[in-house]
Design a binder for this molecule. Structure first.
Ligand SMILES: C[S@@+](CC[C@H](N)C(=O)[O-])C[C@H]1O[C@@H](n2cnc3c(N)ncnc32)[C@H](O)[C@@H]1O
Length: 294
C-alpha cells in the first residue's frame, strides 16, 4: 500500500482519473489485507473504498481484468460546494440529503431510539429538525406506536417541508437557545447535527434540556457529524475550519463534554456511529434495553 498510495494519488492529481488492476477481492475472504494470493496481494473492497475517500475520489464499478483480477477505477470528486453552503432550505442541496440512506446511521439511530424507548403516547422533541427526514426513523424504530412529535428549527421553509412530510407533528420556528418553558417535557429529545451550529452553546442547551424539557425517565440522542458530503458522497472525518485534512479534535471534545455532563447528572451514556457520532443517554436507574437492532 505504501507504493500504491502515492502512485494512485499522483495519477489522480494529473488526470482526475486512474485505473489499475488488482487481485479480485472477492476471491480472498478470510485473508488479511496484503497477504499473498496466486493473483497478487489480496486487499478487500473496503481498502479501495477508503483509498478513494482519502484521495478525494469516487470508486467506480470494477470491471473484470482476466483470471483472478479486476480493474479498479477512481475518479476525482467534482469540486462542488458543501450542500449546506447555501443554507438549510428544502430547495438547497441540503434538501437532497437523506441520512437514513447511510446504513451505519440508520442502524445506530434506530438502536439509539430503541434504547431511549419513549412510551406509547410519549412526547418527542426534535431540535434543528430541518425538513423532518430524521423523524421517519420513529416509525421504523417503533412501528405503530403513537407519539406526540414537536420539531423546532430556525428555517421556516424547512419547517413547512417537515409539516408536509409529517402532518401529525407540530413544528415551531424557534431558536433552540430560547426554548419557552411552555414547550413542556419530553420522553425523548433529539438534536442531530445541531449542537455545533453557530450560536448554539452546547453546555447551556444541554443543561436547560435536562432541567426544563426532559421527563424523569426521558433520554436524549445527540448527533455530531464526523463526515462531510463531497460530490454527493460521505467523506469520513469531521472538518475543522482552516484545516486541510479532517481533524476530530472538536468532535472528540464536544462528545466528551456532553458525555461527562450527562453522566454527572445521573445518565448512562452510549457513544456509537461512524459518519455521525451518536450519543444516547438514558437515566442511570433505567434498565439498559437489549436486542435493539432494526
Ligand atoms: C446541519 S442541519 C441538521 C438537520 C437535521 N437535524 C439533520 O441531522 O439532518 C442543522 C439544522 O439546525 C438548524 N439550526 C441551526 N441553529 C439553530 C438554532 N439556534 N435554533 C434552531 N435551529 C437551528 C438549521 O436551520 C438546520 O436546519
Amino acid at each position: 500500500m505504501s507504493v500504491v498510495f502515492p502512485a494512485v494519488r499522483q495519477c489522480l492529481r494529473g488526470r482526475g482519473e486512474v485505473q489499475f488492476t488488482v487481485p479480485d477481492p472477492h476471491l480472498g475472504p478470510g485473508l488479511y489485507a496484503g497477504e499473498a494470493t496466486p493473483h497478487g496481494r489480496h486487499r478487500p473492497w473496503a481498502v479501495w473504498a477508503d483509498l478513494a475517500d482519502l484521495l478525494g475520489a469516487h470508486l467506480l464499478t470494477p470491471q473484470p481484468a482476466g483470471p483472478g483480477r479486476v480493474h479498479v477505477t477512481l475518479r476525482a470528486w467534482a469540486p462542488t460546494p458543501d450542500p449546506d453552503a447555501g443554507g438549510y432550505g428544502p430547495d438547497s442541496p441540503w434538501g437532497r440529503v437523506d441520512k437514513l440512506e447511510d446504513p451505519v446511521f440508520l442502524a445506530t439511530f434506530v438502536e439509539a431510539l430503541r434504547r431511549v424507548d419513549p412510551p406509547p403516547g410519549g412526547r418527542v422533541l426534535a431540535l434543528g429538525v430541518n425538513a423532518g427526514r430524521e423523524l421517519d426513523a420513529l416509525e421504523l424504530a417503533f412501528p405503530g406506536r403513537a407519539l406526540t412529535v414537536v420539531g423546532v428549527d430556525l428555517n421556516r421553509e424547512a419547517l413547512a417541508a417537515a409539516q408536509a412530510r409529517h402532518p401529525g407533528a407540530q413544528f415551531h420556528a424557534l431558536d433552540v437557545g430560547a426554548l419557552p418553558p411552555s414547550l413542556g417535557r419530553f420522553d425523548l429529545v433529539l438534536a442531530l447535527s445541531l449542537l455545533q451550529s453557530p450560536g448554539v452553546v452546547q453546555d447551556v442547551l444541554l443543561s436547560r434540556l435536562r432541567r426544563n424539557h426532559l421527563t424523569p425517565g426521558g433520554g436524549l440522542i445527540l448527533g455530531f457529524p464526523n463526515a462531510r458530503y463531497r460530490d454527493g458522497t460521505l467523506s469520513y472525518g469531521a472538518r475543522m475550519r482552516n484545516y486541510a485534512r479532517p481533524d476530530l479534535s472538536l468532535l472528540a471534545a464536544d462528545v466528551t463534554n456532553a458525555r461527562r455532563g450527562l453522566q454527572k447528572h445521573g445518565y448512562k451514556v452510549f457513544v456509537t456511529g461512524k459518519y455521525e457520532v451518536l450519543l444516547s443517554a438514558i437515566p442511570a436507574s433505567k434498565r439498559t434495553p437489549v436486542d435493539l437492532e432494526l
